[in-house]
Design a protein around this ligand. Structure first.
Ligand code: FES
Length: 173
């Protein structure tokens, strides 16, 4: 009867697995290095593509901003002094608020807080724009962040009065 037991290492010197997969240590290291470089290359390409897409989106957005069409928000009579009116500009994705300040002055801002995008409210009696989420406070005349966590002013919208109506005519710089 033949002896079927496997001896380690087999009699010719190489372990059994190395006889089945005859790859030398040098080739194995070389292969790992190649795979690592390939991984690095693909990762860099992915980052580059992401950065390029972000840059192109920013350029597209800025072009869109400069070509905004004027949009009628409301009749002057519908926004008495000291009141505010919610609207969207330039499209439904951008909630905004129009404010009729004392002194017959109209201002408008995106109504998303610059902290964590909660909707802000104009409070005429307190002469402020308030974010109830974390008590952020903005100046209604300039949109400047005055108190709380908001890191920057509200995004402004240019408004004009034409033919007894208030129009949004672009984003403020
Ligand atoms: S989201 Fe407005 S203060 Fe935090």
């Amino acid at each position: 009867m033949a002896d079927t037991r496997v001896t380690h290492p087999p009699p010719d010197g190489d372990p059994l697995w190395q006889q089945d997969f005859p790859i030398s240590r040098y080739e194995e290291l070389n292969n790992s290095r190649r795979q690592f470089l390939k991984f690095l290359g693909l990762t860099s390409l992915a980052f580059f593509t992401g950065t390029l897409a972000t840059a192109l989106k920013a350029v597209f957005e800025s072009r869109r901003t400069t070509t905004l069409q004027p949009m009628r928000i409301a009749a002057v009579a519908d926004v008495p002094e000291g009141s505010s009116l919610n609207f969207h500009y330039p499209d439904e994705s951008y909630p905004a608020v129009l404010i009729h300040l004392p002194g017959n002055q109209y201002v408008a801002y995106e109504s998303r807080c610059t902290h964590l995008l909660c909707p802000v409210l104009y409070q005429h009696d307190k002469a402020r724009i308030f974010c109830p989420c974390h008590e952020g406070v903005f100046d209604p005349a300039s949109g400047k962040n005055l108190a709380g966590p908001p890191p920057r002013p509200l995004n402004g919208i240019k408004v004009e009065v034409r033919d007894d109506a208030v129009y949004a005519v672009g984003r403020a710089e």
